[in-house]
Design a protein around this ligand. Structure first.
Ligand SMILES: [Cu+2]
Ligand SMILES: [Zn+2]
Length: 168
């Protein structure tokens, strides 16, 4: 009996163990007035290569969008250059190494730089993206932000912030 105990315990504790490595964010439309309606969820799971972000989103503009992990747990508007703008409460791209460089998911800059999010002509995003530079523990208590336009992993991270969710 006792030799089966470790296996039995693992089996019993498995839901808790796997939950510890999972996180979710409910994504909302945002604008300069605040946080709007829900557009769906992104489920984050830890994989051997890093983390996988699996979106189940609707109501987004078709095309490719800059997509990043931002440092703060907020999707509220903020003021910059004397103008109120959507989602500034999320702060900058997650950058624990203080590189101050936006170089994309395979660069050595911001760890929060994710692969672009692809949205279908129907406005749906369902293709998962992965990051090899993050673990689930980096993501909890921060936010995911979707931008209006494409990210060139250089001087154009994607323009205005159009959708955002706090990771729990
Ligand atoms: Cu961003
Ligand atoms: Zn960046």
């Amino acid at each position: 009996m006792y030799r089966y105990l470790p296996a039995l315990l693992t089996l019993l504790l498995w839901p808790f163990l796997s939950l510890a490595n999972e996180a979710t964010a409910e994504i909302h439309a945002i604008d300069e007035k605040g946080v709007g309606s829900s557009l769906g969820t992104i489920i984050i799971s830890e994989i051997p290569e890093g983390v996988r972000l699996s979106p189940e989103l609707h109501g987004l503009p078709p095309g490719q969008h800059g997509f990043h992990l931002h440092e703060n747990a907020s999707c509220e508007p903020g003021e910059k250059d004397g103008k109120v703008q959507a989602g500034l409460g999320a702060g900058s791209h997650y950058d624990p190494d203080k590189t101050d460089k936006h170089l994309g998911p395979n660069g050595q800059g911001h760890k929060g730089d994710l692969p672009v999010l692809s949205v279908s002509s129907e406005g749906l995003a369902s293709a998962a993206v992965t990051s090899s530079r993050l673990r689930t523990s980096d993501l909890k208590g921060r936010s995911l932000v979707i931008h209006a336009t494409q990210d060139n992993y250089g001087d154009q991270p994607g323009g205005a912030r159009i959708a955002c969710g706090i990771i729990k």
